[in-house]
Design a protein around this ligand. Structure first.
Ligand code: TRP
Length: 461
């Protein structure tokens, strides 16, 4: 079965690729924003609990199903559990298309902001240039949205096309250290700012009474998104893993890196925001606000050496997004390669074209085209962009995740899972029984809670 399947060349390569998938716009764009809206401290604590109790066990489950079967999600679910589970993998492939459709649009914005920052750094910044109105005008310029998404999709496809170790692994090895480096630089600069103490207090001191109930569910939903769980991404990446490369250690490393980056990014952003009086009241009502409206202005008005850090910051966001879009696209691509016998080239071209078509619809739904911007399938979610985001985060990922926990915890035998998790690479302190308990009881109940909450009208997008 292992015939000509591609593999990661080393465990570090796998960890960096998987961390690259996990670390993305979810960490830099969504997490700071929901932390803000849920009043900080207590929310962060609950989020950490969700990551460890729900995220980590499911991460291990996905990777082990992938490594055991050496197949992409459709074939993996079929081989690991049975014929009538293949649809879970199929749902994952569709989720990949849906998420990429809007993710690529936001990813494309980083390119524009990078160039904008260069021109501000060299040409001088005039206060007010990055206002909400300017942002609104930018997103409703149709050709610009399409062009940026096309460029980003082009980068993504060229890497997928180069293959697993020569494409995905290589780019992750190059980009992740740069990303960590830029983040450390930003962190040092942020910690010298006068808002830093307030920021740290806001993030790390739990004030239980201030946590809204919906924040608990939001933390759980975000744990899925940020760790790239629920659609087989980690299954595909696990399918390129060799025996002898540890599932337990790698999962822990990926989860730890993802969490560290999300928190560091939040500390940086809040230190900046808290350093300017009155900014806290103004944080945009949209998720986009903080990253693309509030921050550019602050970089040029309050941050020391902001002219240098601002362009670097958007490079960081762009790189983080790129290693994530790659992982999203690899799911359907690997399906066509494994199940339909297509070449990587053909699969990449086809999936890229489908994703790009969706991105066009999303890109034009932010004001450029009134019909696309006006579609309202889910109450309060207007436009194709918001609709796809809602569909994926609230329905597809939780449902996929739920069935993955059932597959790993109930449908597979304990021998089958034990044999993957417990080998000579597993740390001594790791208890198989504990994992089994979490995957059978804790994770499914938690995920079912999200689904019930969604059905009763709550929103996680
Ligand atoms: N985890 C990435 C982020 O935080 C996004 C992502 C990549 C993703 N692959 C995924 C989300 C698969 C859900 C499922 O930005």
């Amino acid at each position: 079965m292992e015939r000509d399947r591609e593999h990661w060349s080393s465990q570090v390569g796998f960890i960096l690729a998987a961390a690259g998938s996990a670390i993305g716009l979810g960490n830099l764009w969504k997490f700071p924003y929901i932390t803000w809206h849920n009043n900080g401290g207590a929310f962060v604590l609950v989020y950490l609990v969700c990551i460890v109790v729900v995220g980590l066990p499911i991460m291990m489950a996905e990777i082990l199903i992938g490594r055991k079967t050496g197949r992409s999600p459709v074939g993996a679910m079929r081989a690991a559990v049975g014929r009538n589970w293949a649809w879970v993998g199929g749902l994952g492939c569709i989720s990949g298309f849906v998420i990429l459709g809007y993710y690529a649009v936001v990813a494309g914005w980083t390119i524009r902001y990078f160039f904008k920052c260069l021109s501000w750094s060299f040409g001088g910044y005039e206060p007010g240039t990055s206002s909400g109105a300017a942002f609104g005008e930018f997103v409703s310029t149709g050709w610009m949205q399409i062009l940026l998404a096309a460029i980003f999709m082009g980068f993504t496809m060229s890497i997928i096309y180069a293959g697993v170790s020569r494409g995905i692994e290589r780019i992750s090895r190059q980009l992740m250290p740069i990303l960590f480096g830029i983040l450390v630089l930003l962190l040092f600069s942020a910690l010298t700012m006068e808002g830093a103490a307030d920021a740290l207090r806001f993030i790390f001191v739990p004030r239980i009474g201030e946590l809204p109930m919906r924040g608990v569910l939001e933390a759980l939903g975000h744990a899925f998104f940020t760790l790239s769980l629920g659609m087989g991404t980690m299954m595909v990446y696990g399918s390129y893993l060799r025996r002898g490369q540890s599932i337990v250690t790698s999962s822990i490393a990926v989860v730890a890196l993802d969490t560290l980056i999300a928190i560091t990014a939040t500390v940086i952003m809040f230190s900046v925001i808290f350093s300017k009086a009155g900014m806290q009241e103004q944080i945009g009502k949209s998720t986009a606000g903080m990253l693309f409206i509030t921050l550019p202005e602050l970089f040029y008005t309050v941050v020391p050496i902001g002219g240098l850090l601002a362009p670097l910051f958007y490079v960081l966001v762009g790189f983080a997004a790129l290693t994530s879009t790659i992982s999203l696209m690899e799911v359907p691509v690997s399906y066509f390669i494994d199940e339909k016998g297509w070449t990587r080239k053909k699969a990449t071209s086809f999936c890229g074209a489908v994703c790009f078509a969706l991105s066009i619809l999303c890109g034009l739904s932010l004001g450029a085209d009134s019909a696309l911007s006006g579609i309202e399938i889910f109450a309060g979610k207007r436009g194709v962009f918001a609709t796809l985001d809602h569909l994926a985060s609230n329905w597809m990922l939780p449902v996929g995740g739920f069935f993955i926990t059932l597959a790993a915890g109930w449908a597979m035998t304990s021998n089958a899972t034990r044999e993957q998790l417990m080998d000579e690479t597993t740390p001594k302190w790791f208890r198989y029984g504990a994992w089994r308990f979490f995957i059978r009881y804790v994770s499914p109940v938690a995920v079912a809670t999200i689904i019930v909450a969604v059905i009763s009208g709550m929103d996680f997008s």
